[in-house]
Design a protein around this ligand. Structure first.
Ligand SMILES: [Ca+2]
Ligand SMILES: [Ca+2]
Length: 277
């Protein structure tokens, strides 16, 4: 028997099988780093409206599924078909809802860290600014969010994500006893980077992790142009158990998992600032 020929045929069969069977994906983990979070939204919106082969298995439960191979890969080498969370052959809002929001925070395998970057220097990098509204009464207060300012606008904006976390002393649950969300977020009207409703998408999702209520915001453009500018992103409405204590405690919330990207998915460092009124 010609063993060299046998080995060559075996290698050929294995490689054909690998090509036909595609890669293993978990619906929602668009960048395939082992966790579903706001970064997956940034990857998804980067190829919004793109079309490719439909998936045989269109289940969106967080289990391994064989993904077809689409024409195109993200900068980290992951195939664009990983953005098609529901497997219908198109990148759309349904993938944000049924993939990322549904499976948010779920994990698999060894997690590779996302390149969050809030190491920006004030005066050099754009500021992500949080301003709590001290004038509010009852147990409600607002926290406005803006990015960049007239001294230092943002260059080449394409998408942004960040997480705001509260401790259980002030925000003990995701909803009030009457069922209202304790943390909600409204996008600013006439967003400086995307005036048309069709030119942007956003995600707001609240989860309790390690006794903390955490809300992740992600917002991004879905057209092909970056935008330079600065201004409001939106506003949180917070229902705390004791607004006076919330104030005197110095507005106790933390900002983490910050990522600002351009269209090529380069990460732009951000300086985070919280104003204590
Ligand atoms: Ca991910
Ligand atoms: Ca889809």
């Amino acid at each position: 028997m010609n063993w060299q020929l046998v080995i060559k045929i075996a290698i050929l069969i294995i490689s054909i099988h690998a090509t036909l069977s595609g890669q293993e994906m978990y619906p929602g983990d668009v960048n395939n780093n082992g966790i579903v979070n706001g970064v997956d939204f940034l990857y998804l919106t980067n190829i919004y409206d793109k079309e490719g082969s439909v998936r045989t298995d269109t289940n969106t439960t967080y289990n391994p599924i064989t993904a077809p191979t689409w024409n195109g890969v993200f900068p980290n080498g992951v195939n664009h078909s990983f953005g098609d969370c529901n497997g219908d052959g198109k990148i759309s809002n349904n993938d944000i809802q049924d993939g990322i929001i549904k499976n948010f925070n779920l994990q698999h395998g060894n997690i590779q860290n996302d390149n969050f970057d809030s190491s920006g220097i004030k005066g050099t990098h754009p500021t992500l600014l949080f301003v709590p509204d001290a004038a509010n009464s009852s147990n409600k207060l607002n926290i406005s969010v803006s990015l960049g300012d007239s001294n230092l606008p943002v260059d080449n904006f394409y998408g942004l994500t960040f997480k705001i976390s509260f401790d259980s002393t002030h925000i003990p649950s995701e909803t009030t006893p009457s069922g209202k969300p304790r943390v909600s977020f409204a996008l600013a009207n006439n967003l400086w980077f995307a005036n048309l409703p069709t030119s942007k998408r956003h995600l707001v999702t609240t989860k309790t992790q390690n006794d903390k209520v955490e809300t992740t915001i992600a917002v991004g453009k879905v057209d092909d142009s970056e935008e330079d500018g600065e201004g409001d992103i939106g506003e949180f409405t917070i229902i705390t158990v004791d607004v006076d204590h919330f104030r005197t405690a110095g507005y106790p919330f933390t900002i983490s998992d910050v990522m600002l990207i351009d269209k090529a998915m380069n990460v732009i460092p951000v300086h985070v600032e919280i104003v204590n009124n």
